[in-house]
Design a binder for this molecule. Structure first.
Ligand code: ADP
Ligand code: MG
Length: 241
């Protein structure tokens, strides 16, 4: 039982960006992937999501000994990998509740009545301390950084994937938005979800003690460690690699 990223090589437009990354995440573990801008963190995340521009040229992705490498994004999702959208489109006339019902019923492959879904959604929102009025908002319309994070965590809570890859590229996230992510991830980790949290905000890792920290440089892991490594990076940066 684990998410296994094995010797993964990823190219974009013929150029190798990720050069052999191996990470294994057990259920309920949170791994932080850190590294300077341009080190290949988002490219790795995009390849895990099955983004067509990020080509896996070697290595594999597996969940519980099943190989996902050749699968399409929706097929990977069906196997329990959460695919987050970094730049979700604004869709006028579609509410948060409607969108969440569509993705939830699609993932469950069984009908869920509007009433039952509303009940489930209200429970999850209360659990995550998200105001009930949020469900009536237009999808992604004028969302703040914090609201985008609420949306992401709410999707995770409804879909209950085995593993989630969260790329916290949004450097504009304020302290409140970071707290939404750390609180949400903590709750889901308790339920057994494994997480690869890509971040350059060492501060999120103070709230959310990661089981392991990996440092990426030029497409290679140059250091693996415990939460102490994140504290060290917070203090000294990435200069020693
Ligand atoms: N859209 C792009 N077009 C061309 N090259 C890119 C693009 N995005 C990323 N790269 C290349 O991949 C490298 C890794 O980028 P990225 O995965 O975004 O790093 P990180 O998320 O760690 O900041 C960059 O240094 C750049 O050379
Ligand atoms: Mg990035």
């Amino acid at each position: 039982m684990s998410l296994k990223i094995k010797n993964l090589h990823v190219s974009r437009e013929g150029k190798e960006i990720v050069k052999g990354v191996t990470i294994e995440i057990m259920p309920g573990e949170v791994h932080a992937l850190m590294g300077q801008n341009g080190s290949g963190k988002s490219s790795l995340a995009n390849a895990l999501m099955g983004h067509p521009k990020y080509v896996i040229t070697d290595g594999s992705i597996g969940i519980d000994d099943e190989d996902l490498t050749a699968l399409k994004p929706n097929e990977r999702a069906a196997k329990g990998l959460f695919l987050s959208m970094q730049h979700p489109p604004e869709v006028s006339g579609v509410t948060v509740a409607h969108f969440l019902r569509v993705i939830t019923t699609t993932a469950r492959r069984e009908p869920l009545s509007v009433a039952d879904f509303r009940k489930l959604l209200k429970e999850k929102m209360a659990d995550l301390k998200i105001d009930a009025s949020f469900m009536h908002r237009g999808l992604n319309e004028g969302f703040s950084g914090g609201e985008k994070k609420r949306m992401e965590i709410l999707q995770l809570a409804l879909l209950e994937p085995k593993y989630a890859v969260l790329d916290e590229t949004d450097s504009g996230l304020d302290v409140d938005a970071l707290k939404i992510v750390s609180d949400g991830v903590r709750k889901l980790r308790e339920k057994g979800m494994g997480v690869l949290l890509i971040t350059h905000h060492a501060r999120i890792l103070q709230d959310l003690e990661p089981d392991k920290v990996h440092v990426l440089k030029d497409g290679l892991i140059v250091a693996d460690g415990s939460a102490d490594l994140a504290a060290e990076i917070e203090k000294d940066g990435f200069t020693k690699w």
